[in-house]
Design a protein around this ligand. Sequence first.
Ligand code: ZN
Ligand code: ZN
Ligand code: ZN
Length: 209
Amino acid sequence: MASKNEELGGSSWKCLFPSSADGDHSYSQKSQPKSNPGRKLMAPLQSMDLEVQQREQDSQDVVCGICMDKVWDKPEAQRIFGILPNCTHAHCLGCLRTWRKSRQEFPLDVIKACPQCRVHSSYIIPHKFWVSKGAEKEQLIRNFKAWTSQIRCRFFMRRNGRCPFKSDCIYLHQLPDKAPASDPPCPESMQLASGSEVVTAGMWSRGGC
Ligand SMILES: [Zn+2]
Ligand SMILES: [Zn+2]
Ligand SMILES: [Zn+2]
Protein backbone atom coordinates (compact mmCIF):
# COMPACT_ATOMS: atom_id res chain seq x y z
CA MET A 1 0.00 0.00 0.00
CA ALA A 2 1.74 3.13 -1.16
CA SER A 3 -1.01 5.46 -0.05
CA LYS A 4 0.40 6.36 3.33
CA ASN A 5 -1.33 9.31 4.78
CA GLU A 6 1.24 11.92 5.68
CA GLU A 7 -1.09 14.29 7.44
CA LEU A 8 -0.29 15.56 10.88
CA GLY A 9 -0.15 12.78 13.40
CA GLY A 10 -3.79 11.83 13.13
CA SER A 11 -5.14 8.39 12.66
CA SER A 12 -5.54 7.44 9.08
CA TRP A 13 -8.53 5.22 9.87
CA LYS A 14 -10.95 8.08 9.58
CA CYS A 15 -9.97 8.67 5.99
CA LEU A 16 -11.43 5.32 5.09
CA PHE A 17 -14.92 6.43 5.86
CA PRO A 18 -16.84 8.69 3.53
CA SER A 19 -17.33 11.98 5.23
CA SER A 20 -20.56 13.81 4.83
CA ALA A 21 -19.11 17.05 6.13
CA ASP A 22 -20.33 18.88 3.05
CA GLY A 23 -23.87 18.30 4.11
CA ASP A 24 -24.41 17.41 0.51
CA HIS A 25 -24.98 14.02 -0.99
CA SER A 26 -21.91 14.51 -3.09
CA TYR A 27 -20.03 11.35 -2.29
CA SER A 28 -20.31 8.43 -4.60
CA GLN A 29 -20.49 4.85 -3.44
CA LYS A 30 -18.78 3.77 -6.62
CA SER A 31 -15.55 5.49 -5.71
CA GLN A 32 -15.28 3.49 -2.52
CA PRO A 33 -12.58 0.86 -2.68
CA LYS A 34 -14.05 -2.52 -1.93
CA SER A 35 -10.90 -4.05 -0.54
CA ASN A 36 -11.13 -3.12 3.10
CA PRO A 37 -13.75 -5.43 4.56
CA GLY A 38 -12.08 -5.70 7.94
CA ARG A 39 -12.21 -2.02 8.63
CA LYS A 40 -15.90 -1.70 8.18
CA LEU A 41 -16.36 -3.92 11.20
CA MET A 42 -15.21 -1.13 13.42
CA ALA A 43 -17.48 1.78 14.06
CA PRO A 44 -15.78 5.05 13.21
CA LEU A 45 -15.64 6.23 16.78
CA GLN A 46 -12.71 7.81 18.58
CA SER A 47 -12.63 5.20 21.33
CA MET A 48 -12.65 2.48 18.72
CA ASP A 49 -9.54 3.96 17.16
CA LEU A 50 -7.61 3.39 20.36
CA GLU A 51 -8.91 -0.13 20.64
CA VAL A 52 -7.91 -0.85 17.08
CA GLN A 53 -4.44 0.50 17.69
CA GLN A 54 -4.10 -1.70 20.75
CA ARG A 55 -5.25 -4.73 18.80
CA GLU A 56 -2.80 -3.95 16.04
CA GLN A 57 0.01 -3.71 18.54
CA ASP A 58 -0.93 -7.03 20.10
CA SER A 59 -1.02 -8.65 16.67
CA GLN A 60 2.06 -7.23 15.04
CA ASP A 61 4.69 -9.56 16.46
CA VAL A 62 2.72 -12.77 16.44
CA VAL A 63 4.51 -15.47 14.45
CA CYS A 64 2.79 -18.21 12.47
CA GLY A 65 3.77 -21.67 13.74
CA ILE A 66 3.80 -23.05 10.19
CA CYS A 67 5.64 -20.53 8.00
CA MET A 68 7.39 -18.86 10.96
CA ASP A 69 6.70 -15.43 9.51
CA LYS A 70 4.90 -12.66 11.32
CA VAL A 71 1.31 -12.87 10.18
CA TRP A 72 1.12 -9.09 10.24
CA ASP A 73 3.99 -8.82 7.73
CA LYS A 74 2.10 -10.75 5.06
CA PRO A 75 0.56 -8.94 2.10
CA GLU A 76 -2.72 -7.42 3.19
CA ALA A 77 -4.91 -10.07 1.61
CA GLN A 78 -3.14 -12.80 3.59
CA ARG A 79 -2.84 -10.88 6.81
CA ILE A 80 -5.46 -12.95 8.58
CA PHE A 81 -5.07 -15.04 11.69
CA GLY A 82 -6.50 -18.52 11.80
CA ILE A 83 -7.62 -18.78 15.38
CA LEU A 84 -8.04 -22.24 16.87
CA PRO A 85 -10.70 -22.35 19.55
CA ASN A 86 -9.05 -24.98 21.74
CA CYS A 87 -5.44 -23.85 22.05
CA THR A 88 -3.43 -20.66 21.94
CA HIS A 89 -1.15 -21.31 18.96
CA ALA A 90 -1.07 -18.73 16.23
CA HIS A 91 -1.07 -19.33 12.49
CA CYS A 92 -1.87 -17.54 9.28
CA LEU A 93 -5.33 -18.55 8.17
CA GLY A 94 -3.87 -19.52 4.79
CA CYS A 95 -1.12 -21.70 6.27
CA LEU A 96 -3.53 -23.46 8.58
CA ARG A 97 -5.99 -24.19 5.81
CA THR A 98 -3.27 -25.44 3.50
CA TRP A 99 -1.92 -27.60 6.31
CA ARG A 100 -5.34 -29.13 6.92
CA LYS A 101 -6.00 -29.63 3.23
CA SER A 102 -2.70 -31.44 2.81
CA ARG A 103 -3.90 -33.96 5.39
CA GLN A 104 -7.15 -34.82 3.65
CA GLU A 105 -6.20 -38.50 3.58
CA PHE A 106 -5.71 -38.71 7.33
CA PRO A 107 -8.34 -39.39 9.97
CA LEU A 108 -10.35 -36.41 11.11
CA ASP A 109 -8.61 -36.11 14.45
CA VAL A 110 -5.29 -35.68 12.65
CA ILE A 111 -6.70 -33.15 10.20
CA LYS A 112 -8.29 -31.14 12.97
CA ALA A 113 -5.27 -31.15 15.27
CA CYS A 114 -3.20 -28.06 15.94
CA PRO A 115 0.08 -28.35 14.00
CA GLN A 116 1.96 -27.41 17.14
CA CYS A 117 0.27 -29.04 20.13
CA ARG A 118 -2.06 -31.55 18.40
CA VAL A 119 -5.06 -30.37 20.34
CA HIS A 120 -8.24 -30.89 18.36
CA SER A 121 -10.09 -27.84 17.08
CA SER A 122 -12.94 -28.68 14.79
CA TYR A 123 -12.99 -25.28 13.13
CA ILE A 124 -10.85 -22.24 12.46
CA ILE A 125 -11.94 -18.71 13.15
CA PRO A 126 -10.60 -16.20 10.63
CA HIS A 127 -9.79 -12.97 12.38
CA LYS A 128 -8.00 -9.78 11.52
CA PHE A 129 -6.36 -9.52 14.91
CA TRP A 130 -4.64 -11.95 17.18
CA VAL A 131 -6.72 -13.18 20.11
CA SER A 132 -5.10 -15.90 22.20
CA LYS A 133 -7.35 -16.52 25.17
CA GLY A 134 -9.57 -15.11 27.86
CA ALA A 135 -12.88 -13.35 27.66
CA GLU A 136 -12.10 -11.81 24.30
CA LYS A 137 -11.55 -15.22 22.76
CA GLU A 138 -14.68 -16.63 24.34
CA GLN A 139 -16.62 -13.76 22.86
CA LEU A 140 -15.02 -14.32 19.47
CA ILE A 141 -15.97 -18.00 19.56
CA ARG A 142 -19.52 -17.17 20.60
CA ASN A 143 -19.90 -14.62 17.82
CA PHE A 144 -18.45 -16.95 15.25
CA LYS A 145 -20.70 -19.84 16.22
CA ALA A 146 -23.72 -17.61 16.35
CA TRP A 147 -22.94 -16.61 12.81
CA THR A 148 -22.19 -20.07 11.40
CA SER A 149 -25.20 -21.60 13.11
CA GLN A 150 -27.39 -19.61 10.74
CA ILE A 151 -25.67 -20.94 7.65
CA ARG A 152 -26.90 -24.23 6.33
CA CYS A 153 -24.27 -26.96 6.33
CA ARG A 154 -23.44 -27.94 2.78
CA PHE A 155 -22.63 -31.50 3.68
CA PHE A 156 -25.94 -31.86 5.45
CA MET A 157 -27.82 -30.51 2.47
CA ARG A 158 -25.87 -32.35 -0.19
CA ARG A 159 -26.00 -35.67 1.56
CA ASN A 160 -29.60 -35.39 2.50
CA GLY A 161 -29.18 -34.91 6.21
CA ARG A 162 -25.86 -36.56 6.80
CA CYS A 163 -22.87 -34.48 7.81
CA PRO A 164 -19.58 -36.25 8.54
CA PHE A 165 -18.89 -33.85 11.36
CA LYS A 166 -22.14 -34.57 13.19
CA SER A 167 -22.36 -32.67 16.47
CA ASP A 168 -18.90 -31.23 15.89
CA CYS A 169 -20.28 -29.26 12.96
CA ILE A 170 -20.92 -25.62 13.71
CA TYR A 171 -23.23 -25.08 10.75
CA LEU A 172 -26.98 -25.33 10.65
CA HIS A 173 -28.28 -28.86 10.18
CA GLN A 174 -31.59 -28.16 8.59
CA LEU A 175 -32.83 -29.08 5.18
CA PRO A 176 -34.55 -26.33 3.23
CA ASP A 177 -38.31 -26.64 2.83
CA LYS A 178 -38.12 -26.76 -0.91
CA ALA A 179 -34.73 -28.02 -1.96
CA PRO A 180 -33.40 -26.13 -4.95
CA ALA A 181 -30.51 -27.81 -6.71
CA SER A 182 -28.48 -24.64 -6.87
CA ASP A 183 -25.87 -23.47 -4.44
CA PRO A 184 -26.96 -21.33 -1.54
CA PRO A 185 -26.83 -17.67 -2.53
CA CYS A 186 -23.87 -16.78 -0.43
CA PRO A 187 -20.84 -16.23 -2.67
CA GLU A 188 -18.68 -14.89 0.12
CA SER A 189 -18.63 -18.00 2.21
CA MET A 190 -17.85 -21.53 1.33
CA GLN A 191 -17.17 -24.68 3.15
CA LEU A 192 -14.04 -26.59 2.39
CA ALA A 193 -14.04 -30.29 1.84
CA SER A 194 -11.95 -30.59 4.95
CA GLY A 195 -14.81 -29.59 7.13
CA SER A 196 -16.46 -26.72 8.79
CA GLU A 197 -14.21 -23.92 7.83
CA VAL A 198 -15.17 -20.57 6.53
CA VAL A 199 -13.11 -18.72 4.00
CA THR A 200 -14.65 -15.37 4.59
CA ALA A 201 -11.99 -13.71 6.59
CA GLY A 202 -13.11 -10.47 8.01
CA MET A 203 -16.58 -10.81 6.59
CA TRP A 204 -18.17 -13.03 9.13
CA SER A 205 -19.70 -10.50 11.41
CA ARG A 206 -22.18 -9.34 8.85
CA GLY A 207 -24.63 -11.96 10.02
CA GLY A 208 -24.94 -14.32 7.12
CA CYS A 209 -26.39 -13.62 3.77
ZN1 ZN B 1 1.96 -18.76 8.06
ZN1 ZN C 1 -2.01 -25.63 19.61
ZN1 ZN D 1 -22.56 -30.16 9.16
